[in-house]
Design a binder for this molecule. Structure first.
Ligand code: URA
Length: 212
């Protein structure tokens, strides 16, 4: 992990190895999806590292003890459609009790600006810790707009989890939401003029869903 409290680069060798396999242009849709699922589980460990623990009394076969437990229901995973869905499945395998929200937002290809078309999140947001998920933090426009919208529901805390980002995406988030830490597997070199990350992995949505 990096020392910057705002950007946590998850440098675990398993995460880095799987990311390399995903970047390869000849990775099939099924292997891309499987790897994203595995990576999401691994990244879930880091992003939930400081989750609140409480103690409950349980009986082991030997005696009664106070044992640590988490309340997964307090967590709301909010996916930025459509590519965020690819991260949800793996995270839910690790935290099956988490609540799930969706925000539909797309980039206008001409302006690269974010346009919202869907918003559904769990009730009682002020009691919940939110993790917003989207594989690619590129221009940052979608993530910045999604988080601004989610903030209106006043959750207890917000983190942002992506697979890949770039200096431009980090800068956009740092300036708009300095209170929302980013968890990522890598910070790539740059954006190209079409808003894609280089070297990147291409269009995450198309690669997850096989739409191209
Ligand atoms: N979205 C993607 O899917 N890929 C990029 O490189 C940038 C944004």
């Amino acid at each position: 992990m990096s020392n910057d409290p705002f950007v946590h680069v998850i440098s675990h060798p398993l995460v880095q190895h799987k990311l390399t396999l995903m970047r390869r242009k000849d990775a099939s849709t099924s292997s891309f999806r499987r790897l994203l699922n595995e990576l999401s589980m691994l990244m879930a460990y880091e992003v939930t590292r400081d989750m609140e623990i409480s103690y409950v009394s349980i009986d082991t076969p030997m005696e009664t003890m106070q044992a640590p437990t988490i309340d997964g229901k307090k967590l709301a995973l909010i996916s930025i459609l459509r590519a965020g869905t690819g991260i949800l499945d793996g995270m839910l395998q690790v935290v099956p009790g988490a609540r799930v929200g969706h925000i539909g937002i797309y980039r206008n290809p001409d302006t690269l600006q974010a346009v919202e078309y869907f918003f559904k999140v769990p009730q009682n947001m002020p009691e919940r810790d939110v993790i917003v998920v989207d594989p690619m933090l590129a221009t940052g426009n979608s993530a910045v707009a999604a988080i601004a919208r989610i903030k209106l529901t006043q959750p207890k805390s917000i983190k942002f989890l992506c697979l890949l980002t770039c200096p431009e995406g980090v800068a956009a988030m740092r300036s708009a939401h300095p209170d929302v830490p980013i968890y990522t597997a890598a910070i790539d070199r740059q954006l190209n003029e079409d808003g894609y990350i280089l070297p990147g992995l291409g269009d995450a949505g198309d690669r997850i869903f096989g739409t191209k």
